[in-house]
Design a protein around this ligand. Structure first.
Ligand SMILES: NC(=O)c1ccc[n+]([C@@H]2O[C@H](COP(=O)([O-])OP(=O)(O)OC[C@H]3O[C@@H](n4cnc5c(N)ncnc54)[C@H](OP(=O)(O)O)[C@@H]3O)[C@@H](O)[C@H]2O)c1
Length: 260
């Protein structure tokens, strides 16, 4: 097995125009690094790109929707031709909950399309390229909601559990071929995604701190990067119990607002 590039130079990040993705872009922005940053909002993405350029990194931006598989495939192949990708972070995602009377079918489909298809569209084009080289690292943004399903956000929890399982299975599948997969499961992070929540969010941390934790653990090649421990451990333990025991607790959780 080849030694993996744990200190990546060519990094592709989806959802880099805001929140965690933007903080990760800034975390990796330094002279000598090529960053391929994606988002849908031109102004927000350009603003982050400018800040990254100021840190000395070479920045290539892409405005596209992660659900557009054709454009994603083209973009990733083009980026890889410019400089072989060391690290891909499939971060773009949306969240919404059962606030306002339950999830609509439209909301469920939108969350699945972005959080599941979006991840597939990001990592599938990269896998054959990395396998051919025998090296590369793929990081998938899941969530602690992917460890124990939250009745307050069913589709979001399901989408994050899906990509966690996908990533953890892929890890075992690709490891012997030199391609490493890590799944990231953060708790509450202060970003526009959580700014809409009007309930207490235990152990909430800044996106900058989360990005540092993620980078350090990706460098170590950790399979599951779940944090903060104070939230991860109880959730993991609760996930081992029968829903019959935990229902009274989880069904009382406040719901995240829904989307149209
Ligand atoms: N914040 C938390 O507490 C938390 C906790 C655990 C996991 N996460 C996960 O972390 C990731 C980032 O979330 P965040 O908190 O940073 O949220 P955010 O600030 O709302 O950022 C979401 C990013 O995803 C992009 N995006 C959303 N839908 C897209 C689509 N269809 N096509 C392309 N880009 C799309 C957005 O781009 P535009 O704005 O340009 O459209 C934006 O850059 C998500 O996967 C989320 O589930 C967040």
């Amino acid at each position: 097995m080849k030694i993996l590039p744990h200190i990546p130079k060519n990094i592709l990040i989806t959802g880099a125009s805001s929140g965690l993705g933007a903080a990760l872009a800034l975390e990796y922005a330094k002279a000598g690094n090529n960053l391929y940053l994606q988002g849908r909002d031109v102004e927000k993405l350009e603003n982050i790109a400018e800040k990254c350029r100021a840190s000395g990194a070479k920045i290539y931006t892409k405005i596209t929707d992660v659900t557009d598989s054709k454009t994603m495939q083209q973009w990733i192949e083009e980026a890889d031709k410019l400089s072989p990708l060391d690290l891909i972070i499939a971060n773009a995602g949306i969240s919404a909950g059962s606030g306002g009377g339950g999830e609509t079918t439209q909301q469920v489909r939108k969350i699945f399309a972005t959080n599941i298809d979006g991840v597939i569209n990001t990592i599938q084009p990269a896998i054959p390229l990395m396998l051919k080289r025998g090296c590369g690292q793929i990081a998938i943004m899941s969530s602690l909601a992917g460890i124990r399903a939250l009745p307050s956000s069913p589709a979001y929890s399901a989408s994050k559990a899906c990509v966690r399982y996908y990533g953890e299975a892929l890890r075992g599948n690709l490891l012997n071929h030199g391609v490493e997969v890590s799944v990231i499961c953060p708790g509450y992070i202060k970003t526009p995604m959580t700014d809409v929540n009007n309930f207490p969010m235990p152990f909430i941390m800044s996106a900058e701190k989360a990005a540092k934790i993620i980078r350090k653990n990706l460098e170590k090649g950790k399979g599951r990067i779940a944090f903060p421990l104070a939230l991860y451990l109880p959730l993991w333990w609760l996930s081992c119990l029968s829903p019959r025991i935990t229902d009274p607790l989880f069904s009382r959780l406040p719901a995240k607002p829904s989307i149209n």
